[in-house]
Structures are given as structure tokens and as C-alpha cells.
Design a protein around this ligand. Sequence first.
Ligand SMILES: NC(=O)C1=CN([C@@H]2O[C@H](COP(=O)(O)OP(=O)(O)OC[C@H]3O[C@@H](n4cnc5c(N)ncnc54)[C@H](O)[C@@H]3O)[C@@H](O)[C@H]2O)C=CC1
Ligand SMILES: CC(=O)C(=O)O
Ligand SMILES: [Mg+2]
Length: 603
Amino acid sequence: MWNIARFAASNLSRSRRFSTAIPGPCIVHKRGADILHDPWFNKDTGFPLTERDRLGLRGLLPPRVISFEQQYARFMESYRSLEKNTRGQSDGIVSLAKWRILNRLHDRNETLYYRVLIDNIKNFAPIIYTPTVGLVCQNYSGLFRRPRGMYFSAKDKGEMMSMIYNWPAHQVDMIVLTDGSRILGLGDLGVQGIGIPIGKLDMYVAAAGINPQRILPVMLDVGTNNQKLLEDPLYLGLRQPRLEGEEYLSIVDEFMEAVFTRWPKAIVQFEDFQMKWAFETLQRYRKRFCMFNDDIQGTAGVALAGLLGTVRAQGRPLSDFVHQRIVVVGAGSAGLGVLNMAAQAVSRMSGNGEAAVKKQFFLLDKDGLVTKERKELDPSAAPFAKDPREIEGLREGAGLAEVVKKVKPHVLLGLSGVGGVFSEEVLKAMRESDSSKPAIFAMSNPTMNAECTAADAFRHAGENIVFASGSPFENVDLGNGKVGHVNQANNMYLFPGIGLGTLLSGARFITDGMLQAAAECLASYMTNEDIQNGILYPSISSIRNITAEVGAAVLRAAVAEELAEGHCDVGPKELKIMSKEMTVEYVRSNMWFPVYSPLVHEK
Ligand SMILES: NC(=O)C1=CN([C@@H]2O[C@H](COP(=O)(O)OP(=O)(O)OC[C@H]3O[C@@H](n4cnc5c(N)ncnc54)[C@H](O)[C@@H]3O)[C@@H](O)[C@H]2O)C=CC1
Ligand SMILES: CC(=O)C(=O)O
Ligand SMILES: [Mg+2]
């Protein structure tokens, strides 16, 4: 039986070494060069002499044993030299060079890789995640050296159940799956989109301490409609147009069945699917399997936390959220996810039904303002389509500048994937906002697809705004010692905690209640003082801390909904009696942390 006192006393030392997944020192069954070529076990020059003796490594390494700290310092030194030597070169070249040096370490020595990543997450997140991961995906076929993760293609139909057993790990906790159809704001990148699940799972390890032996990035290659890739002789994916309709769904169905047959307790995160399949698969699987769609649900929670933060930044009570006018640009999976969650929040606050609370939201897509007069109105956008009678002076398809001038919104939020749509005219119109602190969220990724830059936002919309972008920008120097703070409104603040909290709860599904708990936790994380200074989200340097809190909130919501079945030796009864603080400690204690574990028993 799990014992709270024992847990409290022992959790720190345990968390530093192992997650609950690995109960004792890990003893390797490989020998010699096989160990050196296995990034999970490899310690490079760090193997102690006893391990060199007993694992057949003598003579395969230079004689001197180098400590983990020395190896770490050496890597950081070469990283800094690279920065120095590439000074003056284009951003793309420098970023790819940085990605390469990190990727080489990832391929060789996972323990060292994850330690440098965790310790330097603020500097390295822009390399392994957005924006550089976008460039990596665009160039993936050329950059490819070694496979990572699994590839299931349309040609594997009927074979997936046996293929899934080709994956060498006995247990998998977290899977990130894409079909490559909408990679960031870069469109259909086919098989090259595998970079996204890899980057997201790196964030899972860094932020949530998911054991890297238990993660699995997956590409579902059903073809691509990207003509350039189809004509590229180096393209590594299927050279055929994307499957559609039932043919497509049967591939995803088969994959999901195979995964949950082998690993019934795994969690699958759907990532960067084009809108029609993002919504359809979420609806199809969310009550059957433990899964969520990060672009719809993770993004919504992060945006809602930011929207509530902007209400606080105006010095108003949270209940004032129901009076904020919000213009959302982009009616895709992310934009509609945000609107649905925001409408739920307004409905809870106002006590009115969801249908009655949508007046304050204005939705635009590539054809302008979405109204009920829209021909072929998408059913998922329909609840937010304006009745032309309610919007005097605006018409179906009105342009963004016109809408902003007329509506004078408190918040302008972009999830369009189109760089620069918040033009000078649009940003200047935000100066007339009815808010004392208007908010501009340019959430599209990567950087070149952001709706505006941070500098342009402060320059044109005024110094009084709060600003957030999906990819990082530097803070803006406003002169006279004043700084325009740049927030990163990215789902990375939530998805690691959603995954970890769900895993530790042992819940079989991810409910709206669990997602709402995650968003509320993030929303309440910042102090009033930070918020007054325009800081809506914590620094990414504290991402492990945030994730522990978010994970605990998700876990507690699962317990409250009686969905928690427990994890390893901690059952539902133990979860139920944990206080809030103990739950946070419990989550923290289950985070894997990279240290070299002994590979042989001490004699
Ligand atoms: N910051 C974050 O955490 C996240 C950011 N995103 C970003 O959001 C963007 C959109 O993602 P999804 O919604 O999944 O894509 P999507 O393809 O489903 O939707 C894009 C939407 O933008 C609209 N649009 C296109 N051009 C437009 C224009 N000129 N003006 C107004 N609307 C326009 C389209 O009509 C469509 O409704 C991507 O760049 C993605 O990287 C997505 C998820 C999370
Ligand atoms: C951040 C993210 O999930 C996206 O841009 O799609
Ligand atoms: Mg995404």
C-alpha cells in the first residue's frame, strides 16, 4: 500500500534518479559497441572503469574518464563556439546549425542531451521547437540521417497491428501523432512533418519529465498534396495524393486500434492535422481512447488563460470577461478551439447557455467576417457566425481593418497562419479600442507566419498594449528605459501537463473538465504584479514548475470526476486523499530527470 509519509520523505531522491516507471538501477543486457551505439545507455567518455571492465568496453574508449559535468561543459563550450563562428550569417543557417549540433547529441547520448535541454530550455526551445522545427520540417528529407519514431503509411494497411510490435520499448506512455497535413502555418509537408511530434515529445521530456524511453513520435503518411514535395526526388514519403474520406479514416482507425492493443494506457496527442480531420478524429476517438487534439484543446486553454490575464491587466475583475469584445482571425482548428472554450467560460461566468453568449465574439477567415449569410458556412464555425442584423455597419466578408475600426475590440487574436495580416492599418485601429489595455495575440507559427511582429505591435498600436506571440520575439525597447513585454502564447504551457496529469491519474479519457482545470491553473499562475506589467505567462525557464502545477490540476480534475484509476502502485484511493500540495509533489516526484544510472550491479 502506498504510504504518504514514506512518499514525502523519499520523493526527492527518487525523482532525481528514476520515474516510478523504473523501480531500480537499470542494468543493461547489451555489451561493447552495442552500448556505445545506444543513445539511451551511452555515456561516451563517462563510463566508469568498472563498467568498462564488465561491459566489454575496455579499449573501445580513450582511457580517461570524463565526468558528466565536464561533458556538459564541453558541449556548452562547442555550442557557444558555434554561435560565435556563425555570427553574421543568416538566421536560417545559424538555427539549422544549432539544431544539427543538438540533434547529433540526441542521437548519441540522450542523458546528456536532455540535461542540457532542461537546464537551457529558454535558449534551446526555439531550436528544437518553434520556430526552428518549422525550418527542419521544410528541409527534413535533406537533413535526414537517422530515423526517429515510427512511420505508418497507407501502404501498411492491414499490417499495423504487427508493426506496432516492432517498436523496441516495452511500455509507451506518450505518443504524438501527425499526418503532416498542416505543419505550423507552413501547410502540407507530408512525411516531413515528423519533426513536429519529435519536437513536441522533446518538450514532454523537458517540461513534464516523461521518461524518454516511453515516448513515441509517429507519422501517419497517407500521401501529400504538396506538388513540390511530390516532384522532389529526395522526398522520403509516399509519392501519392492524400487519401480522403473513409480510406483515410480506416488508416487512422487501424493505427489507434494497434496502439491501444499493445499499450492500453498510452495517451495519444493529435498534432497539426488539417482542420476537417482534426475535428472529425477528435469527435471520433475522444470517448473511445485516451487522446486529445493539442491544436484545438491545448491552444484553447493557453489562449483562455491569456484572455483572462488581459482582463486582470485592465485592473478589472475576472467576471468582466463576459463584456470583452474579442476578434478572432482564423476560423481553423485553433481559432475555433479558442472560441469554443472562451464561450464555455463566459457561459459559466454569466450563468447563461452557450448559445446566448456569443455576441461578444467576432470571427474572420480568409474571406473576411463570417456571418450567417456565408455560402457553404462550415458547421464548426456556424455557432460564431454573426447575424447581419446584430452588426450594424458591417457586412458578410468585411475586411479585418473595417471590423476592428467598427468593433473597437478589447482583444485581437490571430490564428490564421498568415504572416503580417495585422497590418499597420489594423494595428493603428487598435488604438481606438474600448479597452484601457488592448491585447494583441499574434499566435501563428513559425515566426514568419506571425500576424505581426512584436515591434510593429508596440509601434503602431501603442505602448499600452499587452502582446503575445506563438513563437518567441525579443522584448521591445520602448525608449526611456521602458520595455514592451513579449509573452509567448503557445500550447507548450499546457500540453505537457495535460499529458502528465492524465498519465498519473490513469484516466481512460480526457474530459472538458480536465482541460478546463489545466487552463484555470495556468490563468491563476501569475501574480497581479506580473500581470500589471503585461506579463501574462510565466517564463519558459520555469516550465517544469508550471507543468507540475498543471499536471496536478488535471489529475485532481480526473479524481473529482471519478475517472482516475491510478498509476503504478498509487491507486485511486490514494489519489483521492492527496491534498492539492501533495498532488503537486506527487506529480513532481514522477518527473524523470537525466542522470547517468549505474549499468552494472555493485559487487
Ligand atoms: N500559438 C499556438 O500555441 C498555436 C498556434 N497555431 C497556429 O495557428 C495557425 C492556424 O492553425 P489552424 O487553425 O490549425 O489552421 P487551419 O488551417 O485549420 O486554419 C487557418 C484559418 O485561417 C484562415 N485564414 C487564412 N488566411 C487568412 C487571412 N488572410 N485572414 C484571415 N483568416 C485567414 C483560414 O480561412 C482558416 O480558417 C498556424 O499558423 C499554427 O501554427 C496553432 C495551434 C497552436
Ligand atoms: C504550437 C502549435 O501546436 C502549432 O503552431 O501548431
Ligand atoms: Mg500544433
